[in-house]
Design a protein around this ligand. Structure first.
Ligand SMILES: NC(=O)c1ccc[n+]([C@@H]2O[C@H](COP(=O)([O-])OP(=O)(O)OC[C@H]3O[C@@H](n4cnc5c(N)ncnc54)[C@H](O)[C@@H]3O)[C@@H](O)[C@H]2O)c1
Length: 338
């Protein structure tokens, strides 16, 4: 491998442009060689904005290039498993956005191809790399809260996605809670064995008509005996609400919302501040840089990526278990799903 890692990005939508920009402007030791998108104008605009030489409509033109070491897959979810397989068979290391797929058989097929090819695969559960959430994990892993007893994750979006997206999203548990399922495993350092999901449609009846939920609480039982809760809403009027807490025998670690500034206005009526950073591109901006730094380091040093293919698979199992639990109104063991 050359001293500079050469990378291609597949998919130049919202998250693809963000990763491409980080690769082109914020990450040393890498060169963004090519960008592909089935929509030519998207690839061309992204490449032009970032000064990237090659804009393509066919990702296979990236995979056949011998001088490209790794690809970053940012295309729509239904393409991920296939593209991971193709990239692995072409000998490329792979960073792939979450989720790998909603179908466990497709995930297993992609992971088998990665294993056969012996390439690295990192899945884009970026929140692990958020400076506050990773600090909580370090404290918990280092024993600072004693034996963990309770985990509490609050994860509420500022507003729901368009109904057209809701219909193809796989549902709230696979689209939104999937990040929180990953966070739960990450913080506790062990697996969930059973969960119970209660869901409702309280934000927008159209979401219910599309067959989905917009409000949910999921109770988790961990293999170490600890208990966790995740609460989700598709609409938080005060902005993106992203907090977590781990409580244990020796104390508690908690991460609060992130704000654009630290100013408070105090007067005779209230003590007030500006709303939290509005959505994921702002709130988790640093995490996207840090996850890519970790991927690049693993490829360069031959180490295992910190978010593995298995880490990509388990939250999909949890999402399917949550859907079943909400439908049947009963606890579901993850072993029921596979
Ligand atoms: N980790 C995160 O925080 C995060 C945030 C947003 C999205 N995502 C994930 O990233 C993926 C993309 O989401 P988005 O919001 O950027 O969607 P988007 O619709 O904005 O972008 C997807 C892009 O992929 C392109 N595309 C589709 N098929 C392709 C193919 N075969 N080859 C090349 N390009 C192709 C589309 O034309 C589009 O430009 C989804 O899987 C989503 O779940 C992750």
């Amino acid at each position: 491998m050359a001293a500079t890692l050469r990378i291609g990005v597949i998919g130049a939508g919202r998250i693809g442009v963000l990763h491409a920009r980080n690769l082109a402007t914020r990450l040393p030791g890498v060169r963004l060689e090519a960008i592909s998108d089935v929509v030519a104008a998207s690839a061309e605009k992204c490449a032009k904005d970032l000064g990237v030489a090659s804009a393509l409509t066919d990702h296979r033109r990236i995979l056949e290039r011998k001088d490209i070491d790794a690809v970053v897959i940012c295309s729509s979810t239904d393409t991920h498993a296939r593209l991971i397989g193709e990239a692995a068979e072409a000998g490329k290391h792979v960073f792939c956005e979450k989720p790998i797929d909603h179908d466990l058989a497709k995930i297993d097929d992609a992971l088998a191809k990665v294993a056969r090819a012996g390439v690295k695969l990192q899945v884009g559960f970026n929140r692990r790399f958020d400076p506050s959430f990773s600090r909580v994990r370090d404290l918990v892993a280092g024993g600072s809260v004693g034996k963990p007893h309770l985990l509490r994750i609050t994860s509420r979006d500022p507003s729901p996605p368009p109904i057209a997206y809701v219909k193809v999203s796989g549902g709230i548990f696979l689209d939104m809670t999937i990040h929180d399922f990953d966070m739960a495993r990450f913080q506790m350092g062990c697996e969930v064995t059973e969960l119970y999901a209660a869901g409702g449609v309280l934000v927008d009846p159209e979401i219910g008509k599309a067959g989905d939920l917009d409000t949910a609480v999921i109770t988790l039982r961990f293999e170490n005996g600890a208990i966790g809760t995740i609460d989700n809403s598709r609409k938080s009027v005060f902005g993106y609400d992203q907090r977590l807490e781990v409580f244990g025998s020796g104390g508690m670690a908690e991460a609060a919302n992130a704000f654009p500034n630290t100013v408070t206005l105090s007067n005779g009526k209230s003590v007030a501040r500006d709303l939290p950073l509005n959505f994921f591109l702002d709130r988790y901006a640093e995490s996207y840089v840090r996850e890519m730094e970790a991927f690049i380091a693993c490829v360069r040093d031959g180490k295992e990526p910190p978010v593995s293919g298995r880490d990509g698979r388990v939250p999909v199992v949890m999402g399917r278990a949550a859907r079943l639990s909400a439908e049947k109104n009963r606890p579901v063991k993850l072993s029921e799903i596979g």
